[in-house]
Design a binder for this molecule. Structure first.
Ligand code: SAH
Length: 460
């Protein structure tokens, strides 16, 4: 990031504009709108610019620019077609530490003017850091069409109710939820329809009825985030994630997903790479209660689906016992995500009539599975957490009489950009995996459906 976007309060500040023509006038209008007092310096000054400077409470100095004109100013604009003057202004401004902008000359600027989508008091600034003003304008026109013109009225209205609401709801978190609830509801529509008086009444009634108890109540959301690709989150998962004050996540939750949380949310890493539980399970359960008891909305993000090999049940126990309200949001489980992105249908009328999800990792780390019961004709087996015990799984199935040529695939980092699919059979896959570098997490699929991978492959 070469430029930091900020919103600069200029009311009653003195702004120097060097130049007296059309370009200077354009900048003067913008600065005057922000309430700045203008000091215009130029041997010749257009009448409109002259009037604007006076009206702003500033002054017009009909002269060539000299360094003294920088005295007492908050910022300086170079808008002359005389390069030596612009250059001089730039140097002088740097010398005294005044931010300077020379129009259309990025090397001589310490700040730039972004394109603005103006729904005053709601303002959106867009800049490409000088890389492509055309692209910035394009983005601006897109955003212009997205944001209703009356949004400014809505912002003003909300601004007027800030104080009364703060008196009613002292907790900032409760106020945020109050506003979010209103924006999702009738208020937005009423303002956009131009019914300002109705909107005002509606808002007044909502403030009168605002219930601190409900709004500042702690809640827990146990949310399935899917196998990795953020696109696979559900709408509800996204909504609750954006509502949360605290987000507890572990290694299975992709970075792209965490970026969707609120900027001001606390992101708490609770670990959980295999065998490296940074925070013991019991503590995670208690953490949920701990934060919720502080009146926070707590989102526990789980990879895949929370109720499929996700200990979702265990995590809820303490929450249930503490009587804290909660929701559970299903997610795309790894088997579904990996199967789709690897082009391996888990069932198929020519291959499999059932599918079984099995964990390759028991609480006591053994792989003691009922092998004989896993050998069902026409069934696809999906092993979660099966990478480490791959050989034992294959041995177990072979020992119970499964066809040694039964196709098997390992899908590593399914649905993510670096997804890998390694194919083999019950007999060959362990060797293939031992020789390859397979990154976690990875999922083992066993069954003749695996042969469909080359046909339905579309990703990676
Ligand atoms: N609740 C999760 C599973 C948690 S168990 C779900 O429903 O998907 C963790 C195991 O899930 C990993 O060991 C791996 O086998 C599997 N897994 C999760 N995400 C995966 C991914 N993106 N690619 C491959 N396997 C994945």
């Amino acid at each position: 990031m070469d430029y930091l976007p900020v919103a600069w309060r200029l009311r009653d500040q003195l702004a120097l504009i060097v130049g007296g023509g059309e370009i200077a006038l354009r900048k003067a209008r913008l600065l005057a709108r922000a309430g700045a007092r203008l000091r215009v310096v130029s041997p010749e000054v257009e009448a409109e610019l002259d009037a604007l400077a006076v009206q702003s409470g500033g002054e017009v100095i009909v002269a060539r620019y000299i360094a003294e004109h920088l005295h007492g100013v908050t910022l300086a604009i170079g808008a002359t077609d005389d390069m030596s003057v612009n250059q001089q202004l730039h140097q002088d401004a740097l010398h005294v530490g005044v931010p300077v902008n020379v129009v259309d000359n990025p090397p001589l600027c310490t700040f730039i003017f972004p394109a603005i989508v103006d729904r005053d008091p709601l303002l959106i600034s867009i800049s490409s850091g000088g890389a492509s003003p055309v692209l910035a304008r394009w983005a601006r026109s897109k955003i212009e069409t997205l944001l209703p013109t009356r949004l400014g009225e809505l912002a003003s209205l909300m601004g007027r109710f800030r104080k009364p609401l703060a008196a009613k709801l002292p907790q900032i978190g409760a106020r945020r939820l109050f506003w979010e609830g209103l924006l999702d509801g009738a208020l937005m529509e009423t303002v956009l329809a131009g019914r300002t008086a109705d909107a005002e009444q509606l808002l007044q009634a909502a403030v009168d009825d605002a219930d601190v108890e409900t709004l500042s109540r702690g809640e827990v959301y146990l949310v399935g985030a899917g196998p990795g690709d953020p696109d696979l989150m559900t709408f509800r998962a996204l909504r609750l994630l954006q509502k949360a004050d605290v987000v507890l996540y572990d290694r299975l939750v992709g970075a792209g997903i965490l970026e969707l949380a609120r900027r001001d949310a606390d992101l708490v890493y609770v670990g959980k790479a295999r065998d490296q539980h940074v925070v013991p399970q019991e503590d995670i359960n208690n953490l949920l209660v701990h934060y919720a008891r502080q009146g926070k909305k707590v989102c526990r993000l789980k990879g895949g689906d929370p109720f499929i090999f996700g200990r979702g049940g265990e995590e809820l126990d303490s929450v249930v016992e503490a009587g804290i309200p909660f929701q559970v949001v299903p997610g795309v489980t790894a088997a579904a995500g990996c199967a789709a992105y690897a082009g391996i249908p888990l069932t198929h009328r020519d291959h499999a009539q059932s599918v079984r999800f099995v964990t390759g990792h028991r609480k006591d780390k053994s792989v003691d599975l009922p092998w004989a019961s896993l050998i069902t004709p026409g069934e696809t087996l999906v092993f979660y957490m099966g990478l480490v015990s791959l050989s034992q799984i294959c041995q177990g199935l072979l020992g119970a009489g499964m066809d040694p040529n039964m196709p098997a695939a390992m899908v590593s980092r399914g649905t993510l950009a670096d997804q890998q699919v390694l194919m083999g059979s019950l007999t060959t896959l362990p060797d293939i995996i031992a020789k390859a570098e397979v990154a976690a997490p990875s999922l083992l699929i066993i069954g003749t459906v695996v042969t469909l991978h080359p046909r339905y492959r579309w990703f990676g």
